[in-house]
Design a protein around this ligand. Structure first.
Ligand code: SF4
Length: 369
């Protein structure tokens, strides 16, 4: 059912330690109110009771049994969350800014890109797009290969890895994007920035730089985002948002449409629980020999503001591929400790127990962070 380098979808789920994992790609990085409640129900009845918020504005259902798959897919289709076939699903790999406004042209771009991707050449599994045409630049740090952005009053089409992009109009952007896709597919590369780093030059003019993006913390305070610890929204937390559309983000947060208050979500981007991340770990992932989230939760109060601690079940580092102030990587039932690095980097300490780590974090390690 799987092959290396291939990304799971809802039509082609991936077996994991706790059952099937289905990745759902909501159209336009948005859930309508019926989809919010419908997904909560699917997670509760057929999954592990949670919907994971992915770093590309996708969602994941975990813990789905093989026998439940047809019913889950039927329900996803009824909610408008299933593509016609796996090929189309795999291509629809793009995220949309949560800062779009009605009438700003963003929803037209989403429709245009979806149509263009139907006829696009085969693309590498991780090749993606960002539509960053909201009231402020927001997706420049998010993983994407081709970007539609704003430059002053106009639109820009920019290849990842290029500082400048080509000025386009709502009428020319999709045809130009399709030309770049043809060029990229013929190049044989996996990611755009890698191709450019190796000296390839996409067929795009260099007219202008995009509007500059502010600091992440300023973006997260610019709208009433709701955050889920470890990016795992419980079915109850989703139900608490019933009646509202939700915009998805690459920050494992959602932006509800309309005013609401929910005690089941974190609202402060500086909350200690958001200074830690942890992958699924054991027993949900068969690559892990350690549980991860209970330890991360226990250590969160000792992580100072502005620092990050990541607990990874193995050296793959799925949940936080970037460096963290401290990374704890599970290995044979214990943890290796990496300072200012990634899960697979060389550790400075090996073979730590959870008690060792808690003692260190309460003492010298926490103070040094
Ligand atoms: S980092 Fe390793 S243990 Fe954690 S989810 Fe990924 S593969 Fe599983």
């Amino acid at each position: 059912m799987t092959r290396k380098g291939w990304c799971p979808g809802a039509l082609r789920p991936m077996p994991a330690g706790d059952g099937l994992l289905l990745r759902v790609r909501p159209h336009g990085s948005r859930l309508d109110p019926a989809q919010v409640v419908g997904l909560a129900e699917i997670a509760e009845i057929f999954g592990n009771g949670q919907v994971d918020l992915g770093s590309r504005a996708t969602l994941q259902l975990r813990g789905v049994g093989n026998e439940a798959l047809p019913e889950v897919q039927r329900r996803l289709a009824a909610l408008g969350l299933l593509d016609a076939n796996p090929r189309r699903e795999a291509r629809r790999n793009f995220m949309v800014t949560p800062f779009w406004r009605a009438g700003d042209g963003t929803t037209d771009l989403v429709r245009g890109l979806e149509e263009a991707l139907r006829d696009a050449p085969d693309l590498p599994p991780k090749f993606g797009f960002a539509i960053d045409t909201g009231s402020r630049a927001a997706l420049q740090d998010a993983s994407a290969d081709l970007r539609i952005e704003r430059a002053g009053d106009g639109l820009l089409l920019r290849a990842d890895g290029m500082a400048w992009g080509e000025r386009v109009t709502p009428g020319t952007v999709i045809p130009r994007l399709a030309e770049v896709l043809d060029w990229f597919a013929a190049s044989g590369h996996g990611r755009m920035a890698q191709a450019i780093g190796e000296g390839l030059k996409p067929p795009l003019l260099e007219d202008a730089a995009p509007d500059r993006q502010g600091l992440r913390q300023d973006l997260l305070r610019a709208a009433p985002f709701l955050f889920a610890p470890f990016g795992a929204a419980t079915a109850a937390a989703l139900r608490d948002l019933a009646g509202h559309g939700l915009r998805l983000t690459p920050w494992r947060a959602v932006l509800p449409e309309g005013d609401l208050h929910s005690a089941l979500w974190l609202t402060d981007p500086e909350a200690p629980l958001l200074r830690v991340s942890a992958c699924t770990g054991a027993p949900g992932c068969s690559s892990a020999s350690v549980a991860t989230r209970a330890l991360a939760r226990q250590l969160a109060p000792h992580v100072p503001a502005g620092r990050h601690l990541h607990v990874s079940g193995c050296a793959k580092g799925c949940a936080h591929p970037d460096p963290a102030s401290i990374t704890l990587t599970g290995r044979e039932g214990r943890f290796d400790l990496i300072r200012n690095g990634r899960a697979g980097d060389e550790p400075s300490r090996r073979g730590l127990t959870t008690t060792d780590i808690a003692d260190m974090m309460r003492g010298h390690l926490g103070a040094q962070l």
